[in-house]
Structure formats: C-alpha cells, structure tokens
Write a protein that binds this ligand. Structure first.
Ligand SMILES: Cc1ncc(COP(=O)(O)O)c(C=O)c1O
Length: 455
C-alpha cells in the first residue's frame, strides 16, 4: 500500500533526491583529522552543551549528519570509524540507501510521529514483519514502546497481570535491563539506582561463567533452587539477556539455556528474554533462535537495531485492555525503516554459519588473537563475543585504563565503548558495512593504540 502525497513528479523528485543525497554521503569514505582552524570547535560547542545538560559527554563527538558505511563525520570535518553506532543502533552503517529511501518516502506523509490511537499502515506492516520473523515460536503479538526500557516495562506488566500476586523476578548478575523505574531494579549495577526506592523484587543469580564451563550450570541452578525453596510462591518469571551486552558480551551455550529455561517452565515461570541489544546481531535474527530456544520463550523485547522498540509475546500473555498503551508507536521514518531493515537482513546473506555476521565475528576474533599472541603480547587479555558484538580486555582491565584506551582509540580514528567493570572490556557493536580493507586499517589503529596506552 502506498502512503502519503503521491504523483509522478513527487516520485521523480524522490528518485533524484535519493541519488543526490547518496552521492554526497558516499564522499565520506576515509578517516581524517579535523579541518584546519576547526581543531577546538567541538570542544567549544560541547562545553556549552554539557553546561546545558548539566553533564559532560564521554566523547568529543558531535556528528555533522554526514557519514557513510562505517564512517561518521564530525562537525569539525574529522571522520572516524564508528564501531559502536550510538550503542548499537546503526547495524547497516551510516546513510544506508534504505535509510535515505525511508526518510524521503515518509516525508510525503502528513505526520512525523505515528500515534497509537489513529494508526498508519507503516505500524501495521512493521508489526506483521516482526511477527513473521518469530513464526516458529509461540510469540503471537507485538506491542510498540518508545525505548528498550519501556519494552521491558511492557513485558513485566503483562507477566505481573497474569501472575499477581506473585511479583518476584529471577534475573542475572551483571544484567542491564534499562533505567526506567521498573527496570533499574533488574539492572544489576547498584550505582545506576543510587537513592531510588526499590520497586521490584528481584533475585539475581549467576550467568554463564566461561572460566568454569563444567560447573557453571550447576552454580546457576543451585542459586535458582535456593531462592525458589526459600519462597516458592513469590516468583512470576525468569528474565534473561542471552548475550549480556553491558556486561561485555557474556553468553552461554544451548545446553546451559535449555536447562535453565526447562527449570523455569517446571516451576511455572514465564520466560522473558531481553534482546534489546542482541536483536539482529547474532547468527540468527534473534539470539533465542540461534540457541534453539523457540519453544520456551513467552516474551521477547527488542529495540536499537530494530529502529522501533517493543515486546513480542504469546497469546496467553495478551493483557487486559488499558494495561499497556502510550501516545506514540514511533516516528513514521522509524516504522518504515524497521520493516525495510527486517526484509534487508532476512533476504541478504547475513545469518547462518556462513553468513556475513558469523564471518565478521571470526575475522575480528582471529585478528584480536593474532595481536594478543604477537605485537600486543601481555597487553590484550580476554577476547570474545558473538556475531557483531565483540569485546576484549586491555592491560589490567580496569575501567580507568580501558577508558583511556578507548579515548586514545577515538583520537586515532576508531570509536568503541566500554562494557562492564572488574573486568572492564572494550566493546564493538560492528556495522555490516565493514569491508576487509576497513578491517585491516582498524587493526593497525588498534595495534598502535595498545602500545600508546600500555607501556
Ligand atoms: C539488554 C538491554 N536492555 C534494555 C536496554 C534499555 O534500552 P533503552 O536504552 O532504549 O531504554 C538496553 C540498552 O542498552 C540493553 O542493552
């Protein structure tokens, strides 16, 4: 179904604009330093911005709105490799043709944001595409939210409505579920909820321990059983990130997850999987699909790469009217981009053991291992991750040293971010637009930066 103002001239103009914008954006195709005379421009602008927000920004980064593939241009004219993408939003890379097309096509529409009460075909079609992508599971409904945290709020509310007065949740150590009033209690880091009233009863148990693959399942099951035996009538659900993003990509095995989810089902608990960060980034569209867990999941939350946020859930969890609603479904562009992104990812050669995502994972891990065994011996420790989520530890793995490394890496032309603490890890959320040539250049910069940071 077409939507918005439409005639031959508009179509022609859209096509012309599409190629003009793409040609212009494609000029951003190599890293470089700031333009002469603009070396202090970003610092000056950001000092002002920081004063307005009451908090400094981690990076001296202000986008010019120009970028292409893995490259992002800053307002001072400098260009960097963006390997963190606003914490995982731009899997396809900057100014992907599909993004440009969605913007232009949705400019013909009569609104910016799609309301929940009076819907548009973009919301309907995107919901269909999302549900189609989980058709082998028991998930049957999707509801939009305006952030990953609020997607998790939806999951929590629909579970609570079915389980009241059992409100307690099993979650995992090092989890990150967001910062809403509800999710801040599921998020493990107590530093993120200083001075907050505790609103949700949560029991955190250990996640997969890669240093003890033999004993890790027993450790988790023991913690679950201990808590369950102490309060057998208290729990509603088990909530889990299969790949813990903010922890530095901690993840287990199919056997580990199957045993835990089986345990949860035996206890009558709902299984709630948070894929806000992992969606579209593992060897399948969803991590629960990669680990073959379709039969267990009752609710899955998404955000970031999807361009829209929300919860996908079973018919059983469909709540009573009025429990979940809000003004917005998302912007028209985000809704349109979400559907186009899903189709692009599913039709391209990205998933499966031979897909580009598995290939990127193995290239990055092998190259990091090579550095760790050769020029960076003793300076790079842990190396891991799955799909386009790659992490490694530098030096003593303290947050201070890791952040110093990340700042040096930024100044040298590669944007990464940290994850976790004790140990802290350098985190990449890789875009699919990386070529072998880009990767070679990135690794030269990593090598130089390791030596610059760690003597
Ligand atoms: C696993 C996970 N859940 C939830 C969230 C919260 O999403 P948002 O920041 O969009 O509220 C995040 C954000 O990083 C996340 O990684």
């Amino acid at each position: 179904m077409n939507l918005g103002a439409e005639n031959n001239e508009i179509k022609e103009q859209i096509n012309k604009l599409f190629s003009s914008i793409l040609i212009e954006q494609q000029k951003i195709n190599a890293i470089k330093g700031p333009d002469v005379g603009k070396e202090n421009l970003i610092q000056t602008i950001l000092d002002d911005f920081a004063s307005d927000r009451g908090a400094t920004l981690f990076f001296n980064y202000l986008s010019s709105g120009k970028g292409h593939g893995p490259f992002s241009q800053l307002v001072d004219g400098s260009v960097k490799y963006d390997l963190i993408e606003g914490i995982g939003v731009n899997l396809l890379g900057h100014s992907h043709p599909l993004y440009i097309k969605a913007h232009l096509e949705m400019a013909t529409c009569d609104t910016v944001m799609c309301g929940n009460l009076l819907s548009y075909d973009q919301a309907r079609q995107t919901t269909k595409a999302i549900l189609d992508s989980v058709k082998n599971s028991r998930l049957k409904h999707f509801w939009y939210a305006c952030s990953g945290s609020l997607s998790n709020d939806i999951a929590l509310k629909i579970i609570w409505q079915k389980k009241a007065p059992k409100y307690k949740i099993f979650a995992f150590e090092k989890a990150f579920a967001g910062r809403s009033v509800a999710t801040q209690d599921i998020t493990y880091n107590a530093g993120y909820r200083e001075g907050m009233l505790k609103t949700i009863p949560v029991t955190h148990v250990p996640h997969y321990d890669y240093t003890d693959p033999e004993g890790t399942l027993d450790k988790t099951l023991r913690a679950l059983n201990d808590a369950w035996n102490a309060e057998p009538d208290a729990y509603a659900a088990l909530m889990m990130e299969l790949v813990q993003g903010e922890a530095g990509f901690i993840y287990g095995t199919k056997e580990y997850y199957s045993a835990i989810f089986k345990w949860a089902k035996e206890k009558g608990l709902y299984v709630w999987v948070d894929e806000v960060q992992s969606f579209a980034r593992t060897h399948q569209l969803f991590a629960f699909q990669m680990f073959g867990l379709d039969e267990y999941v009752d609710v899955v939350t998404i955000g970031k790469v999807a361009q829209v946020c929300g919860a996908i859930y079973t018919d059983e969890l469909n709540p009573k009217k009025g429990l979940i609603a809000g003004t917005f479904n998302g912007s028209m562009v985000a809704l349109d981009t979400a559907r186009k992104t899903l189709r692009y990812l599913q039709e391209g050669n990205f998933y499966g053991p031979k897909g580009r995502i598995a290939e990127l994972e193995s290239i990055f891990i092998n190259k990091l291992k090579y550095l760790a065994n050769n020029s960076c011996k003793g300076k790079i420790g842990y190396i891991g991750g799955v799909g386009t989520m790659i992490s490694f530890e530098v030096g003593d793995s303290t947050l201070d040293l890791t952040n110093a490394f990340i700042k040096n890496l930024f100044n040298n032309g590669v944007i990464a971010f940290s994850a976790g603490k004790n140990p802290a890890r350098v985190r990449f959320l890789l875009p699919l637009s990386l070529t072998d040539h880009h990767i070679d250049e990135i690794f030269k910069i990593i090598d130089t930066t390791v030596h610059q940071t760690i003597s």
